[in-house]
Design a protein around this ligand. Structure first.
Ligand SMILES: Cc1cc2nc3c(=O)[nH]c(=O)nc-3n(C[C@H](O)[C@H](O)[C@H](O)COP(=O)(O)OP(=O)(O)OC[C@H]3O[C@@H](n4cnc5c(N)ncnc54)[C@H](O)[C@@H]3O)c2cc1C
Length: 450
């Protein structure tokens, strides 16, 4: 039986429901709350949303000597940014073949390069601002399918076309550190890394404030209006008038702008964290890298500094299924039967915003109104990229954001959108399971014949 510990006082202090605080929120040191916005203020740029997208925008503006006011509905990092898997890797939620098809090979290469530069920028900021977010290098992509040739070709393609430094790992190499009976072979990405994302949010917030950004918590924006010479954002008790506004609210209500709400699909995904692994459990996973597999419905994990295992996966229209810990434990046991009886200490869900094409929405919607949102399940590097593109455009007239021009906001299907997403996910899970079954059967036959 899963024994899931409730969020303790630190979760409550962060304004999160008892069942809504992640492991990161619970273990974080308590810090004084920032004020709520309760008066009328002026800003060059108003940013709505205190996840990594909003914080990265504030920090990139500050680094260019530009000031901003950021308002967050709850507390900094309360959304996906402070409760995710913590894996930082190149690329976007959309596959590279979609980038090439929609934007062309040249633009796809530029976008991939920018996504990797954002990873360098995160590392540089961690060092520059002494952000204590426990970064660890190395991400492994484990293959669920017996198709080594295709995987080796993929490694070659990523390296030659996008300048990555992936290594092909055969089965023996992969299983030495990650002994799952489900895995065949894999790729190792030495440039990828993993970290505590809530600590990164807090680090970005403090760094931006240190350079002049003003941050307000518990201040949901309830209205957005164009006024002479700019925009007015209203909150319950205050307002910001600004030359421009950057929308970074992901898939949360209220609907400030119909065009954005219509183009944003909310999707939920889940994580568990075990108790510190001891005895036989402790020796199962033998390397400190983060791992995800190449199913559409991927499962991912990483060891945490206390010897706990973080396991994540699934996407759903349901914010919190009844037996979240049990559901996730079954997924973990499918990959590692050796860990089927570990104690689960924490279980939580997170809300992601997806655009229809799975690429982020980064653009000027109308003069002075920017969006930097919809990073889907691949937001750690891309939110920093989005912050850079928007800030460089505002401060220097930089036009690199136009590389994302082909990825415009498109209707995501209204009330039927989440159901369609759930159906696509369900079908992909079945396809992956069938393909893996045939590969295992074929391998068994080969062994019998031999
Ligand atoms: C469980 C989970 C695991 C994930 N794992 C990974 C991973 O390992 N690697 C990776 O790259 N990506 C991962 N992701 C995706 C990544 O976390 C997101 O893409 C990224 O954090 C999105 O950042 P954001 O700032 O756009 O959204 P959020 O972090 O959700 O921030 C939006 C913020 O806006 C605030 N807000 C909303 N409306 C208003 C309003 N009206 N007024 C004021 N504030 C408002 C919200 O309260 C929230 O704090 C994961 C996501 C989840 C949920």
């Amino acid at each position: 039986m899963a024994s899931v510990r409730d969020a303790d006082t630190s979760g409550k202090q962060l304004g999160l429901r008892m069942d809504d605080a992640s492991y990161y929120h619970i273990k974080a040191p308590s810090v004084p709350a920032r004020p709520a916005l309760a008066r009328s203020i002026r800003a060059e740029t108003a940013i709505i949303g205190g996840g990594l997208a909003g914080l990265a925008t504030a920090l990139s503006l500050a680094e260019r000597g530009r000031t901003s006011v950021l308002i967050e509905a709850r507390t900094i990092g309360a959304g996906a940014s402070g409760r995710n898997g913590g894996m930082v890797s190149a690329g976007f939620a959309a596959p590279t073949r979609l980038l090439e098809r929609a934007a062309g090979p040249e633009a796809a290469r530029s976008l991939m390069r920018l996504s990797r530069e954002a990873m360098d920028l995160i590392r540089a900021r961690i060092d520059r601002h002494a952000i204590d977010c426990e970064p660890v290098s190395g991400v492994v992509i484990a293959s669920w399918f017996d198709d080594g040739e295709a995987l080796a070709a993929e490694v070659e393609e990523y390296n030659t076309r996008y300048g990555m430094r992936l290594e092909y790992w055969d089965r023996a190499r992969l299983l030495r550190d990650f002994p799952s009976p489900r895995y065949w072979d894999g790729m190792f990405d030495p440039e990828g890394f993993h970290l505590d994302p809530f600590a990164l949010c807090r680090g970005y917030a403090v760094a931006a404030e240190g350079m002049g950004a003003r941050l307000f918590e518990n201040s949901p924006a309830t209205g957005l209006r164009r006024i002479a010479g700019g925009w007015r954002v209203t909150t319950r008790e205050g307002e910001v008038t600004a030359d421009r506004v950057v929308l970074c609210q992901s898939a949360y209500p209220p609907r400030l702008l119909t065009a954005v709400a219509r183009a944003t699909l909310p999707v939920f995904t889940y994580i568990i964290v075990t108790a510190p692994l001891t005895g036989a459990h402790a020796g199962v996973i033998r390397a400190p890298y983060a791992v995800y597999d190449n199913r559409f419905a991927t499962g991912y994990y990483r060891l945490l500094p206390e010897g706990r295992l973080l396991w994540g996966g699934r996407i759903s229209t349901q914010e919190r299924p009844r037996d979240l810990a049990g559901l996730m434990r079954r997924d973990l046991a499918l990959v590692y039967p050796q860990l089927a009886d570990v104690t689960i200490d924490h279980a939580w869900s997170g809300r992601m915003g997806f655009a229809r094409h799975k690429m982020p929405l980064i653009r000027e919607l109308t003069p002075g109104l920017w969006i930097n949102s919809c990073f889907g399940g691949h937001g750690l590097n891309t939110t920093t990229l989005g912050g850079e593109l928007v800030a460089a455009a505002i401060a220097d007239g930089d036009r690199r954001w136009r590389l994302l021009a082909p990825f415009a906001p498109r209707w995501v299907g209204g009330a039927l959108g989440p159901l369609a997403a759930q159906a696509i996910y369900g079908r992909a899970r079945l396809q992956d399971a069938a393909r893996a079954y045939w590969h295992r059967r074929r391998a068994r036959r080969r062994t019998t014949v031999a």
